[in-house]
Design a protein. Structure first.
Length: 258
């Protein structure tokens, strides 16, 4: 029997079915050595991967801090609809409507029930900035994620990372924001949007070249709308921080915050 025939018989006997049936077949002793090395590495890696998956933190009400209301998920109880005035009832109904917002009443909408007269105004502004100011969904979600990252807003990030992926933001770009990596090599406009958020919320000083580059792309009016969009989410991040809004049960933290 030839060397390659013996190799095929060894593969069929010793490798798992998915690998023994694959199109790439080892040939001769060098091929067998490569397969053996690969399988040894896989045996070492698999327990680590299994342990990582098993220990990945998942939010549950039992892990909430003691000052968190288990129903609302933050430091204040969720007001009952019947106890609210007309503005409050409208806010409650809007927040409780499926699809009206990402988090329902277990998020900013629930907190805003304590200030219902501001909610309708804020909702109108946010609706304009998100959907009517002329930004593509991709740029909008990059701006929101970059702001959430610089504000260390776990709740906003967990709510918007799936939205960003749905709108076509690549996972590699999301990781640039998540891990505060260099924007070198990104689309120039997307890179400048990320840098604007970093300079606004981390450095507290916007570089002239960042401002000039974005003004050249969007013009002065739309650039100010971009800053206002980021500001709206920075404001929400502050609100969530004040009342320590927790992730809903079952949600996994996605930001590397100590």
């Amino acid at each position: 029997m030839s060397g390659s025939g013996r190799a095929d018989r060894w593969v069929s006997r010793h490798l798992p079915v998915p690998l023994s049936g694959c199109a790439i077949r080892p040939r001769g002793r060098l091929g067998l050595l490569a397969v053996a090395t690969f399988m040894s590495s896989l045996a070492l890696v698999q327990p680590v991967l299994a342990q990582t998956a098993a220990t990945r933190p998942e939010t549950s009400m039992s892990t909430y801090p003691p000052d968190i209301d288990p129903t609302s998920g933050f430091r204040l109880p969720l007001p009952r609809r019947e106890d609210l005035d007309e503005a409050g009832k409208r806010t409650f109904d809007r927040g409780n409507t499926p699809g009206a917002n990402i988090a329902g009443l277990r998020g900013p909408a629930g907190v805003q029930l304590y200030s219902p007269k501001t909610t309708e105004h804020l909702s109108a502004i946010n609706r304009y900035l998100r959907f009517e100011a002329g930004f593509t969904p991709r740029i909008r979600e990059i701006a929101i994620l970059a702001t959430a990252r610089e504000m260390d807003s776990q709740f906003e990030w967990v709510a918007h990372e799936p939205e960003a992926l749905k709108e076509g933001v690549p996972a590699s770009l999301i990781d640039v924001i998540r891990f505060r990596r260099s924007t070198e090599g990104l689309d120039p406009t997307e890179a400048r949007v990320i840098e604007l958020a970093r300079e606004l919320w981390h450095d507290h000083k916007v570089k002239p070249e960042t401002f000039a580059a974005l003004k050249a792309v969007y013009g002065p009016h739309k650039l100010i709308d971009l800053v206002l969009l980021m500001g709206a989410y920075a404001s929400t991040a502050g609100l969530l921080t004040a009342v320590d809004v927790q992730l809903p049960p079952g949600k996994v933290p996605l930001l590397p915050i100590p």
